[in-house]
Design a protein around this ligand. Structure first.
Ligand code: ADP
Ligand code: MG
Length: 693
């Protein structure tokens, strides 16, 4: 009857489920009976025994049974029906604000009642407000449920009773075998994972003695079994994308060195060991007939740009084109300037394409890109609009990847396609990403890490100060600038709207100009025209400005080695990764640098902890781990990244210890395409195919 036990059974095959109910279930992400079985309870109630009323403490929840000894309508602030229920060990009040005459009559003195609710303190001892109740016969058989009662996440128009009944039906289908255990027996035995069907049944109907505390935390072996499988399915979906890309084939690029060697020669520095190692990993990938899919991670200032340039040059050495994309115009322009300076002396043609490149200039750049005259193209996401045609694109570099979502990353891959071949791709993150997240969010990529900073950097000293000491901080800026240094003043403001943020930055700049009349002060924020922004940045870089007041637009990439002091206002409002990124703007020269985190009191406990991490560490990897621990994966990866990281059961933080095993299991299952498809379909649905976004 079932083809291998994995055929999805629509919920409408359950008794009593019509279109209306099916729509409600769909709001909970439940379309099939299998989905329903994986819709797990939030918590449980214990209805397996009757509690003695005399033993109840506030907050206790359970079944009570006794006689009504008094029943009155009381006219307090709100009219209510109060019934006194007694069981020989004590008395408790049942309180109803809404009740019918029939209800009042049925709850008359002398009646025997069984009810369920939570005991709360009331004006005259403990009470149950609107308990579930039933009037029972004197000789009614003893209670009750054989196992714990599940409490499910609901949606409007769906009651607990209704969904419990549906799950009961679904468990009948479970016995008929509609959910097959797909994990290879060997792995299940090796890692002592409980059997799938048994786990599902356990979680819907835990026995009386189940460890409820553990269930509530989501750490019960039955839950871990499902979380493991869900993480595995997500991992496999990324591997599937990887396979489909790698099937496409890519141009084999030989490292001839005729451009890269002179390039390295003319750099004013030697590559670090880490840069050399990563560059070698990239060069090896480019020399293969399958598209490179590589993520380069490195702390701020670790020198990722040089590695990108070497990758691009390897394309050029083979007569092909390379594209470098950055998330903002400021950063793209900076790359354009760097690459032009580095590569034009070698006779390389560099083109520039951003949203602001318009009219004739744009037409000319498009023409140069299309006919192959432009060998290297630098730009923003404007690079991947339909009108852009490359003559022979072989390498794509995406910088500061976390600003782009996973889906964007994947669609770029498609756009860069050239006939049957796909360009090699190098993705660079702005800040380090904790290993567990790399393993889950970037499973489709190989990973290289630049784990060494160029020599001669002095670590930034970070101080945490309340904004009540603003005057001292201003004096500090004065002192630094008097010594010929430059400083940043970063406004991270409370206002939601960008307009208000910019306005507030203007106010701050005005106040600083008044307090520091001898300094040349510039202001950049998101509402300035790109040309104005670029002009101010250029003047700061040329030391024509002493102090740069900025919103967080300066976050990425800006490189001014003479700037050795950074003030960050309200740092408590930013993620640690973002703070680290900002702080990376200083400490690029040889003088000692400072970062002042000027918070607004009072700080929460977590706020204090987070700023302390910044003070104590300058290691981006450690900071990212801490951010993950304190704020969760959404904060670390950025909200756009997490779109696809919605788990039903798994929790990346709680279950991170499962990831190494998930990775190993994925490696095995990858060899069995049908199994892989079945797992992906079970957890991500039939339509889930990130390869075609
Ligand atoms: P990030 O990894 O943050 O993108 P960049 O590539 O912008 O870092 O490099 C930061 C600065 O360090 C730049 O000024 C760059 O020229 C310089 N740099 C890169 N590699 C080295 C090196 N091996 N030795 C000295 N300076 C280097
Ligand atoms: Mg960079």
């Amino acid at each position: 009857m079932f083809d291998g036990g994995t055929r999805p059974v629509p919920v409408t095959e359950l008794k009593g489920v019509g279109t209306a109910l099916a729509l409600k279930l769909e709001r909970l992400g439940i379309e099939t009976v299998q989905d329903l079985l994986l819709h797990l309870p939030l918590r449980y109630q214990d209805r397996t025994r009757v509690l003695p009323i005399g033993s109840l403490r506030p907050g206790d929840e359970g079944v009570l049974e006794g006689h009504i000894v008094a029943s009155d309508i009381v006219q307090g602030r709100r009219r209510s029906l109060l019934c006194r229920l007694q069981d020989g060990t004590g008395t408790i009040t049942l309180r109803f604000f809404h009740f019918s005459a029939a209800q009042k009559n049925s709850l008359a003195a002398g009646k025997r009642v069984r009810c369920f609710g939570e005991a709360r303190p009331g004006p005259a001892g403990l009470e149950l407000v609107h308990p579930e109740y039933r009037v029972i016969a004197e000789d009614a058989p003893a209670v009750v449920e054989a196992c714990l009662t599940p409490v499910y996440p609901l949606t409007e128009g769906l009651t607990q009773g209704r969904i419990r009944a549906l799950v009961d039906q679904a468990l009948g289908w479970l016995d008929k075998g509609i959910v097959e255990d797909l994990l290879p027996e060997t792995l299940r035995v090796q890692w002592k994972l409980p059997e799938l069907r048994q786990s599902i049944r356990y979680l819907h109907q835990p026995p009386v003695d189940a460890d409820q505390a553990r269930l509530l935390e989501g750490r019960h072996p039955a839950q871990r079994r499902l979380a493991f499988e869900e993480l595995l399915a997500h991992h496999l979906s990324l591997l599937k994308i990887r396979h489909s890309v790698r099937e496409q084939g890519a141009p084999v690029l030989k490292a001839t060195g005729h451009l890269s060697l002179p390039f390295l020669e003319q750099l004013p520095f030697e590559l670090t060991g880490a840069q050399r190692r990563v560059a070698r990993e990239v060069a090896r990938d480019l020399n293969m007939p399958v598209p490179m899919l590589r993520l380069v991670q490195g702390d701020v200032g670790s020198g990722k740009t040089v590695v990108a340039a070497l990758a691009a040059l390897q394309a050029l050495e083979n007569g092909a084109q390379a594209a470098v994309m950055a998330p903002t115009e400021i950063l793209a322009e900076q790359h354009f300037n760097n690459f032009s300076q580095w590569l034009e002396p070698l006779g390389v043609n560099v083109a520039w394409l951003a949203g602001k490149v318009k009219g004739k200039q744009r037409a000319r750049e498009l023409e140069r890109i299309a006919n192959g005259e432009a060998q290297l193209v630098v730009g923003t996401h404007a690079l991947f609009q339909d009108e852009v045609r490359f003559a022979n694109l072989a390498v794509v570099v995406i910088d500061e990847q976390h600003r782009f979502g996973v889906h964007q990353r994947l669609s770029l891959r498609e756009k860069g396609r050239n006939g049957s071949q796909t360009p090699h791709q190098l993705i660079m993150t702005a800040t380090p990403i904790p290993r567990t997240l790399t393993m889950s969010a970037y499973a489709d990529l190989d990973c290289s890490i630049i784990d060494e900073l160029p020599p001669g950097r002095t670590p930034v000293n970070t101080v945490v100060i309340a904004d009540s000491r603003r005057d001292e901080v201003i004096e500090r800026v004065r002192g630094a600038c008097r010594e010929g240094r430059q400083a940043y003043w970063v406004c991270t403001l409370i206002e939601e709207s960008e307009a208000l943020q910019c306005q507030a930055a203007e106010v701050t700049a005005e106040a600083l100009r008044e307090a520091l009349p001898e300094l040349r002060i510039g202001l950049v924020h998101g509402r300035l025209k790109a040309a104005e922004k670029a002009d101010i940045m250029a003047r700061f870089k040329a030391a024509e400005l002493d102090l740069l007041v900025a919103t967080t637009v300066i976050e990425v990439g800006v490189d001014v080695p003479n700037a050795s002091l950074m003030i960050i206002e309200n740092p408590e409002r930013l993620g640690l990764a973002q703070l680290h990124q900002l702080r990376g703007r200083v400490g690029r020269g040889s003088v000692e640098s400072f970062c002042v985190l000027m918070y607004h009191a009072p700080l929460s406990q977590q706020g204090r902890e987070r700023l302390a991490v910044m003070r104590e560490s300058t290691d981006g990897f450690r900071i990212a781990e801490k951010d993950l621990e304190l704020r969760g994966p959404g904060e670390v990866l950025g909200t756009r990244q997490t779109g696809m990281m919605q788990f039903r059961i798994a929790d990346l933080q709680r279950d991170s210890d499962l990831l190494p095993r998930v990775k190993r299991a994925a490696g095995e299952i990858e060899q069995a395409p049908a199994l892989m498809e079945a797992l992906i379909a079970r957890w991500l649905g039939q339509g889930a195919d990130y390869a075609h976004v």
